[in-house]
Design a protein around this ligand. Structure first.
Ligand SMILES: *[C@@H]1O[C@H](CO)[C@@H](O)[C@H](O)[C@H]1NC(C)=O
Length: 158
């Protein structure tokens, strides 16, 4: 059950990040959605790593980072050599980057007349201009099972 433990840790990190962040930033992606995205993308494995140029628990790309306003960790200037990888490997910075990305590109990809977590997962993985396509099987099944599990847990807590 290490994955479950990782998820708990991650959601605490993300929750603190959300609470401590600047009020003016818009955050369309819920915490549960972020957790399920990272589980599907990387197993929420926080080991700093880039896979084909996509880095960190959310497998952010350079283009996404630039498109989302080049957020950086602490006072690091956006032009510095490692600012992208440092941001992608930081849970707050990478989550905030995705939030900005979805403020910009959020849309109804699956035609259910809502813009929700499923759409964000599709936009992040397949890009804003191809998000109507089917998600790759592995990604989709981990992502949807995670969302289903989270929903069940929320219902049990009520
Ligand atoms: C996390 O990723 C690193 C680097 O890819 C890998 O060596 C390690 O085994 C992974 N950890 C888990 C728990 O999967």
């Amino acid at each position: 059950m290490t994955t479950a433990k990782n998820l708990v840790c991650l959601s605490i990190i993300l929750a603190v990040g959300v609470a401590g962040a600047k009020a003016e930033q818009k955050r369309p992606i819920t915490e549960t959605c972020l957790v399920c995205m990272c589980e599907a993308l990387s197993g929420c494995n926080a080991t700093a790593v880039c896979v084909n140029g996509a880095c960190g628990i959310f497998r952010l790309t350079w283009d996404q980072w630039v498109d989302s306003g080049r957020l950086t960790v602490g006072e690091e200037p956006p032009q510095s050599e490692n600012s992208f990888t440092n941001c992608a490997n930081d849970p707050y910075c990478s989550a905030d980057t995705l939030q900005n990305y979805m403020v910009k590109y959020g849309q109804d990809c699956n035609g259910d007349e809502q813009v929700d977590c499923y759409d964000y997962g599709a936009i992040h993985y397949m890009g804003p201009f191809n998000c109507q396509a089917d998600m790759p099987y592995n990604y989709e099944s981990i992502f949807k099972n995670c969302l289903k599990r989270a929903k069940k847990q929320q219902q049990q807590q009520q």
